[in-house]
Design a protein. Structure first.
Length: 430
């Protein structure tokens, strides 16, 4: 190799060693995160991140009722207009798997917190709820008050626990064909909601509900649902004028009059209190097919009570069955679904639901006269009701009901006078 070539090769090697490395290929700048979403629809105000990991829903409901008693001179209630429910509430999601709800109620001038709970939902078939919520027991109770065909719930409502504080494990299996719930709660009297535990014991509640044909469009039974609920607990009360202390609550009619109550003389005389085991059982079911809807449930409440040195186990029964038909829409457990919303310009659209209901309540004969006054409390109630509900759309409804209820007992002489009540409701829910 010539000296010239060797010199050039040496120079080239030095240049390669000291030369800066080639600049890496420029990368595309990262895309900025998508902005949060703000929506306003019939579902309320919805604020959410783009991935829906954080969601806040602002919703509410308003029910303006009228209640009018016909030919009932023995009634204790007044004809009245009232705000039955006024409920603003917040629903939300945190981190994609934690849900929450806060729902106060300002209806009938008695502000209180109805729902306040947190849900952990790692998967659909396993969820954990903690806080104050509807006790997973009564079928009609678990139907939202905005969706029931009748303005007031049936007489079965007198024997079911309503809302309670505790823990609930629940979920849906096989796409909702099987649902289950198991709860540990403080324990409510029949037909009542109490937030605190006054007797140092808890109630266990279990419910299983099957919809074996759910999601099968070729089956006429896809709207069939059957289930059973049970509860068991030990409840102990102390003499007091407060039902949360006696652990016993009065029963009310469809027109919201008190028709049965245990003897209660406060701390000055004999008072009936819960004193031992309380067991409930409720087989339940519904069937919806096109415009037709059917629902039925039965409730047995068996409870140990005492007054002074006298004790008894009382067994009360309640049941209801209703049928509904929807014109211009489909029937469902979540209320009538209009084929199209009402258009005020054309006068077309909306759906009319017509419903009939028969119901009964039987208080144990052994309750009289030791534990309840037969001249003030009825031993039996039988009621028949007719309801019409016009759904302008999914959120705005007007309802008109008539209920007639006959009683056995509950008067100084003979039977309590029958209750005849007409009720109306304007409802907005979003």
């Amino acid at each position: 190799m010539s000296a010239f070539s060797a010199a050039h090769l040496a120079t080239l090697g030095v240049l390669l060693l000291v030369a800066p490395p080639a600049r890496a290929q420029a990368t595309e700048p990262e895309k900025p995160p998508e902005p949060p979403s703000v929506q306003l629809s019939e579902e309320g105000y919805i604020f959410s991140t783009a991935d829906k990991a954080f969601v806040l829903k602002i919703r509410g409901q308003l029910q303006g009722d009228g209640r009018f008693y016909v030919a009932d001179s023995d009634r204790s209630a007044n004809n009245t207009f009232l705000i039955r429910r006024l409920r603003p509430f917040l629903d939300g999601t945190l981190f994609g798997f934690v849900d929450f709800r806060l729902m106060p109620d300002f209806g009938v001038n008695q502000p209180l917190i109805q729902d306040a709970y947190i849900d952990l939902r790692p998967v659909e078939w396993l969820r954990l709820r903690a806080g104050r919520f509807k006790t997973p027991f009564g079928l009609e109770l678990l139907q939202a008050n905005t969706d029931v065909p009748f303005i007031e719930r049936s007489l079965t409502f007198d024997l079911v626990p309503i809302r309670d504080a505790g823990l609930q494990l629940y979920g849906d299996i096989a796409g909702g064909r099987l649902s289950y719930a198991f709860a540990v709660v403080n324990g409510d009297p029949d037909g009542a909601s109490i937030d605190v535990n006054t007797d140092d014991s808890f109630d266990l509640v279990a419910r299983v509900f099957a919809q074996p044909f759910k999601g099968d469009p070729d089956s006429a039974l896809q709207g069939l649902g059957l289930g059973v609920a049970v509860s068991r607990g030990l409840q102990f009360g102390t003499p007091s004028a407060n039902t949360s202390t006696t652990a016993l609550a009065p029963q009310r009619s469809t027109g919201q009059e008190i028709i049965f109550s245990f003897l209660n003389n406060g701390t000055t005389g004999p008072t009936v209190v819960a004193d031992g085991e309380h067991v409930r059982l409720s087989p339940q079911g519904y069937f919806y097919w096109g415009p037709v809807g059917l629902l039925a449930e039965y409730v047995l409440s068996s409870q140990e009570v005492s007054i002074g040195d006298q004790r008894a186990r009382l067994r009360h029964h309640a049941w209801q069955a209703y049928a509904s038909y929807v014109l211009g829409g489909d029937a469902s457990f979540t209320g009538p679904k209009p084929h199209r919303p009402f258009n005020p310009k054309t006068g077309k659209g909306g759906a009319l639901e017509i419903s009939v209901r028969y119901q009964g309540l039987d208080m144990d004969d052994d309750a009289f006269p030791v534990f309840a006054d037969p001249t003030r409390s009825v031993s039996q109630a039988r009621g028949f009701g007719v309801a019409t509900l016009f759904a302008f759309n999914r959120r705005v409804r007007f309802a008109l009901n008539y209920h007639h209820t006959d009683y056995v007992g509950g008067a100084v002489e003979g039977d309590r006078e029958a209750e005849n009540v007409v009720m109306s409701r304007f409802q907005v829910a979003f």
